[in-house]
Design a protein around this ligand. Structure first.
Ligand SMILES: Nc1ncnc2c1ncn2[C@@H]1O[C@H](COP(=O)(O)OP(=O)(O)OP(=O)(O)O)[C@@H](O)[C@H]1O
Ligand SMILES: [Mg+2]
Length: 245
């Protein structure tokens, strides 16, 4: 494993999809062990950037590296990815689905881990329930469990709390905090600025295909005369974005 401080490095990334430039010129890095917030208005390119990092999309130019190398499924870095579009086997029971994914990842005690997790997130009584009988938020908790079950080194969460009530949002933030304390690096995409204030070390605000603000939360707040992040977000994105090049 190459020894670099940064687990993720993005250098002059540019991507064009269907003739439209989505990301113009984006560079940033994520330090080992930090929680990094990738922020920006709807459609600004957050999910696209993550997809390019994970090799789902190909960059038009520039480099995106994990642990010093282009993404590879055989990487020594264990990656957990909660995608924006979620998919579970809807006709199977919660515990069967979780155990299945655990086995795919080579876990020996997938079932025991899953039951502990279900207990932690208040879904123990649903272990034998079919996935399609669960509410959206409940299904999302299952998907999150599957994402973190192999104790990833790098966890990428694309709007993990979308549609959660405040109690479950707090529960999920506590789970993220706990993983972080155990050394996991986290890239968090969210539209909830209170989550960013509570969890993130460094953030990047993406606008017009490039980094409009990037750095420590406090430094960015200082630049905007200590406004809260919600207000800063409105200042940056409140005016219609200018056309991308
Ligand atoms: N496969 C694709 N084909 C065409 N356009 C795409 C594709 N993927 C992304 N885009 C376009 O790229 C832009 C950025 O989309 P992306 O999903 O990355 O935004 P986002 O920042 O994740 O937004 P949100 O906060 O709404 O999830 C959008 O204009 C979208 O239409
Ligand atoms: Mg998105």
């Amino acid at each position: 494993m190459p020894v670099t401080d940064n687990i993720v490095e993005v250098d002059h990334f540019r991507i064009k999809i269907g003739g439209k430039t989505i990301i113009k010129d984006l560079s940033f890095s994520v330090k080992r062990g930090e929680i990094f917030g990738l922020l920006g208005s709807n459609g600004c390119g957050k999910t696209t950037t993550i997809r390019a990092l994970l090799g789902i999309y190909e960059a038009t130019s520039g480099e995106l590296k994990i642990n010093g190398e282009k993404f590879s499924p055989d990487s020594s870095v264990k990656i957990g990815y909660l995608p924006e579009e979620r998919g579970l086997y809807k006709k199977e029971s919660v515990i069967d689905v979780m155990a299945h994914f655990g086995k795919l990842r080579g876990m020996r005690r997938a079932k025991a881990w899953s039951l502990r997790y279900l207990n932690q997130v208040g879904l123990r009584e649903y272990a034998k329930t079919r996935i399609d009988k669960l509410s959206q938020g409940q299904q999302q908790k299952i998907q999150l469990g599957i994402t973190i079950m192999n104790q990833p080194d790098l966890l990428i969460l694309d709007e993990p709390t979308k549609g959660f009530d405040p109690v479950n949002r707090k529960l999920l933030m506590d789970i993220i905090d706990d993983l972080h304390r155990r050394g996991c690096t986290i890239i968090l995409i969210t539209h909830y600025m209170d989550e960013v204030e509570k969890l993130c070390d460094n953030i990047l605000l993406l606008k017009n295909g490039t980094a409009c603000a990037y750095g420590k939360v406090m430094d960015i707040r200082k630049r905007f005369r200590y406004k809260n992040l919600d207000q800063i977000f409105i200042d940056i994105y409140g005016n219609k974005e200018t056309t991308r090049a």
